[in-house]
Design a protein around this ligand. Structure first.
Ligand SMILES: [Zn+2]
Ligand SMILES: [Zn+2]
Length: 360
């Protein structure tokens, strides 16, 4: 009897461990020649103003299906006075756990200054300690010296930009000096349309991050299918170097709520990999298509043709992992045409979804 109890307890422990390790793979497509890595380059732990231990961030990231993470503690803001350590400590504590979970852990720090220039993350650092400088320009110089990838965090944060998201002359200085390689388009629940415009105009990398401070489930309800704000990185290989190459070549997408933001040249193949579209029936009066959405994303279609001859939906949502049969009618004697729509939640510019045409 005693033995049975022990076995049951052991089994229970095993089940609990398995539950703790359960990984939710995010179902979005790879592109030809690239794998889609799910990354969060902006998080905090107790080593700055966060509320969790560094290894817990690794467990969270694993469970949510992330491939890469960076713990970007504030250099200049560390309110937990009981915790005394240098700026590399949370990275060092997490290394073993990250490795055991096959997560790519990037050393990073948040340069935390008043506006201008505001907050910036430097990732791919070798040593975070030299970023502690009196003058913010010296902190950027040190990050650049270490060949860090540097991006502007939450440019639309109302605490620093109370009514308008401004680009200051200091940002021109950083951009022109090679100290700014990307901008956060989304940070947690904050969405910054201006950042999309700046990234497109200035050829900067678009990023989405959680900037999580709390335990992750405090900010996101996973039972409702929510996910943290993150970056999809279209990388040639699943490694720190692979991510770096993709970041430098601007191959990213921002995943915020049910919206994805990316450059058009990436979004077009991305959408085409999200769906299977095939013609299943054709008569003189109509054509029937079968469309399968293979992803976790809803795909929101909006008609963009003011044409009464080709009759199809005005708005149509392909919910995640669903199959649809759509009949498009021919009027006025036509036998085919262009079915034009915009995918309104796959943004390629400010308030502009991807335009797509199915030739019928
Ligand atoms: Zn910040
Ligand atoms: Zn932060």
């Amino acid at each position: 009897m005693k033995r049975t109890l022990i076995s049951a307890a052991a089994l229970m422990a095993c089940v609990l461990t398995m539950q703790a390790q359960q990984r939710n793979e995010i179902q979005v497509p790879d592109l030809d020649g690239y794998i889609t890595l799910k990354c969060d380059f902006h998080t905090h732990t107790v080593y700055s103003d966060g509320l969790v231990w560094p290894t817990v961030r690794m467990e969270e990231a694993y469970r949510e299906g992330l491939d890469a993470i960076s713990l970007t503690e504030h250099i200049e803001y560390r309110p937990h006075k009981d915790i005394v350590a240098d700026h590399n400590r949370s990275y060092e504590i997490s290394q073993k756990k990250a490795k055991s979970l096959n997560l790519i852990l990037l050393r990073g720090s948040e340069i935390t200054r008043s506006m201008p220039p505001g907050h910036f993350n430097a990732i791919y650092l070798n040593d975070s300690n030299p970023l502690e400088q009196d003058n913010w320009r010296d902190a950027f110089k040190e990050a650049k010296k270490q060949n860090a990838f540097i991006f502007w965090n939450h440019p639309g944060w109302d605490k620093q930009q109370p009514d308008t998201t401004l680009w200051w002359k200091e940002h021109t200085e950083l951009y022109e000096g090679g100290y700014m390689h990307g901008i956060e388009v989304a940070n947690g629940s904050l969405f910054v349309p201006e950042a999309i415009k700046w990234c497109l105009e200035k050829n900067l990398t678009m990023l989405g991050t959680s900037d999580i401070h709390q335990p992750i489930q405090v900010n996101y309800d996973f039972a409702k299918g929510e996910h943290r704000t993150m970056t999809f990185v279209f990388a040639k290989e699943r490694s720190a170097e692979g991510i770096r190459e993709a970041l430098e070549n601007r191959r990213t997408a921002v995943y915020y709520r049910d919206v994805v933001v990316a450059r058009k040249d990436l979004m077009l193949p991305f959408f085409e990999k999200c769906v299977d579209i095939k013609e299943v029936k054709r008569t003189d009066k109509a054509v029937t298509l079968q469309i399968v959405n293979k992803t976790d994303l809803p795909l929101k279609l909006k008609k963009t043709a003011h044409d009464t001859s080709l009759v199809y939906f005005r708005n149509y949502v392909l919910q995640p992992h669903t199959k649809h049969t759509l009949t498009i009618k021919f009027e006025n004697g036509i036998k085919g045409g262009d079915m034009n729509f915009e995918v309104t939640n796959l943004l390629v510019d400010v308030n502009k979804g991807l335009d797509y045409t199915i030739k019928l």
